[in-house]
Write a protein of this length. Sequence first.
Lengths: 143, 391
Amino acid sequence: MTVSAIEFSRLGPPKLRLYAMRCGACGTLQPWWEHHHCYACGGSDLSEEELAGGGVLTNYTVVYYPPRDFLGQEPYVVGHITMDEGVLMPAPVVGVAPDDVEVGTRVRSTLRRMKLGHEGDIYYSQKFVVDDERTPTPGPAEG
Amino acid sequence: MRVGVLGIGKTPHKIQHGKSLRDLVVEAGRGALADAGVEPADIQALYVGNVGSVGFNYENSTGLMSAHHLGVVPAGAVRVEAACGTGAWALHLGCVAILSGLYDTVMVLGAEKMNDLATVEGTSIIAQAADSKEEYFSGLTFPSGVALTARKYMQTYNLTEEDLAHTSVKNHHYGARNPYAHLRFECTVEEVMRSAKVADPLKLYEVCPMTDAGSALVLCREEILRDQPDKPQVYVTATQMATGTWYAASDTLADAHALLAAPAQRAYEMAGVSADDIDVAEIYNSFAIQEPLGVEALGFAEQGEGWKGAADGSTWIDGKVAVNLSGGLLCKGHPLGATGSTQAVDVVEQLRGTAPPDMQRPDAEVGISACRGGPGAVGAIHVYQRLEGGE
């Protein structure tokens, strides 16, 4: 995806947060991109709502032929994560081998480098890791 | 409704480094003009389906470029775009133009020149047909978006990857016999299973190639074809379009079904036929899973059972309904803007009885084409009938 610096200024910053859009009319929660039209009721009053970060992997695929800005990450896992708040989010799942991914796994979000744009623009956004209590949340780097 | 199919033309579907987009346009368009027995000056409007010339070829205004190089000037010409449903939408507009009474004779043309760029660039351009800014921000691609649908289908109906592999075996059986197809080899279930992973669970033999091709139809008022009884009497008898879900995240199996089932139902009513009447069907399958989805949506099988026909023979050439005797997109390839128009040309060949011998359904009289795009966003259905003697 090629974007100008101006477009990057619109697209980039919101991706740092983890949120979904709540319909003011019917209450349906839907992915972050629905700013204009509730797919459930057609309402146009949508507002951002922060998500806690936990969810369950309900579907996934492994991408072996990536678009240019994901080159070097392949093969990578992209999942459909049903967040605890109920909304379905597409996002990469990292830290797990493609053959070990299982539907039903609990995952949690983590801010990572997502991809590199054409102009050297770097996107950071939410990826997901297996929510395993044996895997402690990374602390400050030692030394 | 009846719209006469006066002429058809298509180029080989393959990688054609020696040919430009305009070469493909002219080859397909002149083929249809010659088959119709008309001159460029007889064409009153030109509808050109092309998805990505801005990205693939760094040129725009494909409709105007086509009009100039075909000599279809000063008739009106326009480029049509609706993701992978583009060629079918061009056909729809051509039919509507004839039915409106405004025009006697129009040309519908689809063309795409995809192989001037490397696969990684092509993949990125194709991704722009979905929401590449937002949903695909997370590394999704068209194959991986549809792979999510495939896994959903397998989970819901408790199917294995081997079950779904039969679809590729059938398509390759016929694709090997289609001189216009991109991939001309047969394969077994085991070979499908062993082929390289593209987007798990989809494997290479379950994914269409990127292809350079063009195809075209000359359409006319019913009376014009009726008055030429020496010409094959094939008519478009229904054209119906639909919009569905643009996002994989909200595209349920019910949505994927309705995308084609709803316009198919309307098309059957429009043509006055039923699913049982269909002899041949060209069903969009840029990814193998989309064939069983289409088989079910067109009413040839219950939901969850559309994959069986490729395994038990009922969608082969001598089955209840012959599906994708052309080899489908899996073998013909998927020249985005040309795919819908090529489906139409292939069905018309079947009804004329002029398909290559190993691909010809005997005595085919009623055909249907089902195109989808987006991949859940566009549904397009056309019904075609051979109507000899003013039936």
